[in-house]
Ligand binder design. Structure first.
Ligand SMILES: [Zn+2]
Length: 99
C-alpha cells in the first residue's frame, strides 16, 4: 500500500535539497556533497558529482599552499592549468603533475 508515494517523493527531494550525500571517490565514504559546482568545466562537474565536501576542503587548503609556494597568479592560464592538473591528481589520483 503506497497511497502517498508521489507526495512523499516530492517532500523527500525538498528535504534533501542542500544536504545531498555523495559517495566520494577519494575517501570512499558517503559524505555531504560540496555546496556548488566549483568550475564550469568537465573537471568541475566531475568533482562536484564524485568528491565530498570534506575532500574538497582539503584540496582548497592544498591549492592555497601551492599558490603561496609558487606565487601563482590565477589570471595566468598556465597557473590555472597547473592547478587543474594538481587538482585532478589530488582528487582522482590521475593526471601528470609537473612543477
Ligand atoms: Zn571524500
Amino acid at each position: 500500500m503506497q497511497p502517498a508515494r508521489r507526495l512523499d517523493h516530492t517532500l523527500g527531494n525538498a528535504y534533501l535539497a542542500g544536504m545531498t550525500t555523495v559517495h566520494c571517490v577519494r575517501c570512499d565514504l558517503d559524505r555531504d556533497q560540496m555546496a556548488f559546482q566549483p568550475f564550469q568545466n568537465d573537471l568541475g562537474k566531475r568533482a562536484y558529482e564524485e568528491i565530498c565536501g570534506v575532500c574538497w576542503g582539503e584540496w582548497l587548503k592544498t591549492q592555497q599552499q601551492l599558490i603561496n609556494h609558487y606565487g601563482l597568479n590565477l589570471r595566468d592560464p598556465k597557473a590555472k592549468d597547473f592547478l587543474f592538473r594538481n587538482m585532478s591528481q589530488f582528487l582522482f589520483k590521475e593526471g601528470e603533475v609537473d612543477a
